[in-house]
Design a binder for this molecule. Structure first.
Ligand code: SF4
Length: 349
């Protein structure tokens, strides 16, 4: 049987062993191939140098290896890198490498090509959703950013956040399967505690994460703590309101005991008053959340939001501290190359 349209990375180690046994080859060839696919991933069969030319040709005849390629990389003055990746069918997605003063190297990765959720403050939200990324494509993003990190900083990635383009929980299976490979000893062997999946709030899938007893952390992009305001900036709130999200997050926590973080971007005159802070505190008290990240807004061409004055930000933070909320102010990174939170849109650099 000819398999030429089959992506070899959609085969398990067992499947590849069976393939080699059927063609009369030694079983250990499968392990060699599997290592080239996941442990020290290569972008083509020709790079699998411990296989004979004949075996490489046979693999080429029978399978595809549609690896993601780095198309373009930009370097910010603050040390952040943004890479644009090209898929085998000509789409682009972006990933960001963020070094921090504390010695962390975080990769921010995308899960979909475009996004269907249309959050009003997010550049990706103004693009059409073309398709989901496959799990091997998500894995490639991480590998390519890890390679970049090793080349530029001589270090491996320390953390991964799914906060790039797309809603990870609307590409549930591929995101979970990519994380399986990222955390596997046959892959990047990264601890799941160093991985955060961020969602705009798909209550049903948050519960599913709980049922699946995942080991990674969860972040909820709250951005407004009452339904009216949240609806204005995040249309998904129509079908997944704050009450439903609080319930889902509690369920997730009961099932996993994993860390939960709230993300809250401050917008001038929208959600930056002390009354807004009060509403945020009320939501925070109803969820076993570890942390609230207060995020500086990054302007995008498509929307007219502004960031609040420094004084307002300080007052907001002080109010949270006074009420014993574990909150941290996150200054943006990579703004000069449109790599900051909410700015990913495949713009030419
Ligand atoms: S913030 Fe996330 S979920 Fe919302 S439009 Fe942007 S990429 Fe999609």
């Amino acid at each position: 049987m000819k398999n030429s349209s089959r992506n070899i990375r959609h085969l398990s180690l067992n499947d590849i062993e069976e393939y080699f046994t059927t063609m009369g080859e030694k079983k250990f060839r499968a392990k060699q191939v599997y290592e080239w696919l996941w442990l020290k991933p290569v972008g083509s069969f020709d790079e699998m140098t411990n296989l004979s030319k004949e075996i490489r040709q046979k693999l080429k005849d029978d399978f595809t290896l549609p690896a993601l390629k780095t198309d373009h990389t930009q370097h910010s003055e603050d040390g952040t890198f943004k890479s644009r990746f090209k898929t085998h069918d000509g789409h682009f997605v972006e990933g960001v490498l963020i070094p921090t003063a504390s010695g962390r190297y975080t990769a921010c990765v995308s899960s979909q090509i475009g996004c269907s959720l249309s959050c009003k403050f997010c550049a990706t939200g103004y693009m059409d959703r073309k398709r989901n990324l496959e799990f091997d494509e998500i894995y490639d993003e991480v590998v390519l950013l890890n390679n970049l990190c090793e080349k530029e900083y001589g270090k491996k990635l320390s953390n991964i956040v799914f906060m790039g383009m797309g809603e990870p929980l609307l590409n549930y299976k591929n995101v979970l399967r990519a994380i399986e490979h990222i955390t596997s000893p046959d892959g990047l062997a990264m601890s799941p505690k160093r991985i955060t999946v961020s969602t705009a709030g798909v209550a049903k899938m948050i519960k599913q994460l709980g049922d699946d007893k995942v080991k990674f952390k969860l972040a909820l992009s709250l951005h407004a703590a009452n339904d009216k305001k949240r609806h204005e900036i995040m249309p998904i709130n129509d079908t997944n309101d704050i009450h439903a999200l609080i319930e889902a997050l509690n369920y997730f926590y009961r099932q996993t005991k994993n860390e939960i973080t709230f993300e809250y971007i401050l917008f001038k005159n929208l959600n930056d008053s002390l009354k807004d802070a009060d509403e945020l505190i009320k939501v925070y008290r109803q969820v076993p959340a570890d942390l609230v990240n207060i995020i500086e807004y990054n302007p995008i061409d498509a929307a007219s939001f502004e960031k609040p004055d420094e004084k307002k930000v300080e007052a907001f933070m002080e109010y949270l501290a006074k009420h014993r909320v574990n909150a941290r102010l996150r200054r943006s990174r990579g703004k000069d190359i449109d790599a900051a939170c909410g700015q990913l849109a495949n713009k030419e650099g």
